[in-house]
Design a binder for this molecule. Sequence first.
Ligand code: PGA
Length: 246
Amino acid sequence: MHIVANWKMNQIHEPLTTYFNQLKKLEDKAEIIVCPPYLYLSTAHNLTHDDKIAIGSQNVASDHHPSLTGEISAQMLRDVGVKYTIVGHSERRTMLAEDPEMIRKKILCLLDIGIKPILCVGERADDNTSGKTRQVLEEALESTLGTIPPSQILLAYEPIWAIGMPAPATPTYIENVLGILTEKLNAMWGGDARKIPILYGGGVKPDNVAEIMTCQGLGGFLCGSVSLKSDSFKSLIQTVIAQPSK
Ligand code: PGA
C-alpha cells in the first residue's frame, strides 16, 4: 500500500520535526510518501532520510531547459531527495490550466531523472451525471500516458466532486472505476499494466478508510486534509496497516 500526504499550499500547525517523529516506526507495512510545498522539501528530506518515509513534491517543471523563471526542475527535486511527484492534480488542471500535453511533459521529465510520477485522474460531478465517467478517464490516461512505459508510474483516482469533502465516493463506486481504469491500462499495456498501483483520493479519513479498503485491487490512498496533522495522518496509516491485505 502507498499512502501519500498532499499538504497542498497549507502550512501545517506543528513543527516539521514533530510531524515526522510521529510517523516514524509506522512505515514497515506501507510506503508513506509526504509531499510538502517546495520550500520544505529539503528540511523534510533531512528529517526523514534515515527512515523509510519518502518525500514527494506536488509539482515539477515541464522542461529540463533552465530558461523557465520560477520553475523547479526534476533534477533539482532529485537533488533534495524527492522520490515521487504528484502530477495532473485537478486543482492544477482547473485553476492553473494545466493541459494533458504539459502533464505528459512533466511525466517524461520525471522519468528521465528517476522520480516516480503520481498521476491524478478523475471526473467532475457533471461528467458523472451525464454518464461520461468512463470516457473522461480513458481520455485522461491516453492523453497523458500514451506510449510512456508504465513501470515507475503510480495512478491516483480522485473524483473531483469528492476532493475536500467530508465523505469519499462509496466503495461500490470506487470499485467500478478501478475496473474502468484497469481495463484501459490493460488495453494500453497488456500485462505490464499490473505494475501500476492505483490509489484513491478524495475525502479519505481515518473513520472511512477501512471501508474503502474493501475495494478489490486498490493500491493505496492520496490524502489531503487528513495529512495536515500528524495525529490524524498517523491514525489513518495505523488503520490501513491493521487491515488484512486483499
Ligand atoms: P482531500 O484531498 O483528502 O482533502 O479530499 C485529496 C486531494 O486533493 O488530493
